[in-house]
Design a protein around this ligand. Sequence first.
Ligand code: CP3
Length: 341
Amino acid sequence: MSKFLDLFQGKKSGTPPVWFMRQAGRSLPEYREVRKQCGNFLDLCYTPALAAKVTLQPIERFNLDAAILFSDILLIPQALGQRVWFQEGEGPHLEPISLPSFEKTLSFSKFLENLFPVYEAISLVKKNPIPLIGFAGAPWTLALYMLQGEGSRDFAEAKQLAFQNEEAFSRLLAYLGEAISLHLIEQAKAGVNVVQLFDTWAGLCPATHFERWILEPTQAIIKAVRQVYPTLPVIGFPRGLGLNLVEYGRKLPLSALSLDSSVPISLLNKELPDSLIFQGNLDPSLLVAGGEPLKQGIMEIHRDMKGRPYIFNLGHGVFPQTPISHIESCLEWVRGLGDKR
Ligand code: CP3
């Protein structure tokens, strides 16, 4: 009996299921406590008992409708042999791979073995009945981090390299696609109920290269995963994609499309089939602001989603400074939404 999983079976009842991107970690004091004990963020990801504990913390506190595995999209480059580290207060760092010779640095030989603790964490979480979302970064977003070596506003160096050697860049995307597919399949084997593909930097892909660099590599992943798990629900989150969101939603066999806060739901409604589940798209800053603006934001999303199955979520991750009481009010309001709009 799960509102969240029922939706993927085509059953819709009452108010929408709700979870928040980046709900595990960052904003919770109980997370910071575990993090302090553990020291390093990556050690936390690779310690199954702790990763499972942190995954369940937001469920215990807020009674959300789904858990998302505590992990990170950069575990894939690390498991392929790239050096990845997190500097306190600075975000991720990677030793940049080179194009065209990335195969010299990366290897599949210990890939699944390196990620084994992730699957172990999933098995531990699955001792609880809460639906569990597994995830991976999409090839485009992962490739940007792997070439740039750190987070960036524009990933200018990574994109320059991609344009200068398109053939090698396409090979890198295909290589990552294989790794991502394997990782998602193993997550499903370990027990995740749904998977989400995070294409956080989709908005940085030029429209001219959207098919080559985003659509086709993502299509290949869904195909590979569904060959093994034909009914596994897949959520796509191509943040900032703009008008190409329509193409992304039409061409990919997605179960749900996660929308960032810039997407006008009422316009997109007309372009995509009524059966496609939408997820989103409250501005995370509204959750920080709280009060009447938050309430209005929730009501507007609910009104615009009318007639469509949807999962209430944010347009991007929870900000660390989000007051717990605002998350509580948000849930109260979402769960009090009637069918009158
Ligand atoms: O959603 C969840 O709560 C589950 C866990 C999760 C994390 N990262 C934990 C994390 C998920 C789904 C991610 C995905 C992720 N990681 C993305 C895509 C989604 C998005 O938000 O855009 C990206 C781009 C990354 C890469 C990454 N990891 C960055 C840029 C950073 C630093 C900035 C930040 O977000 O805090 C991380 C670190 C990270 N990943 C933390 C957590 C809880 C913070 C680590 C800490 O405790 O210091």
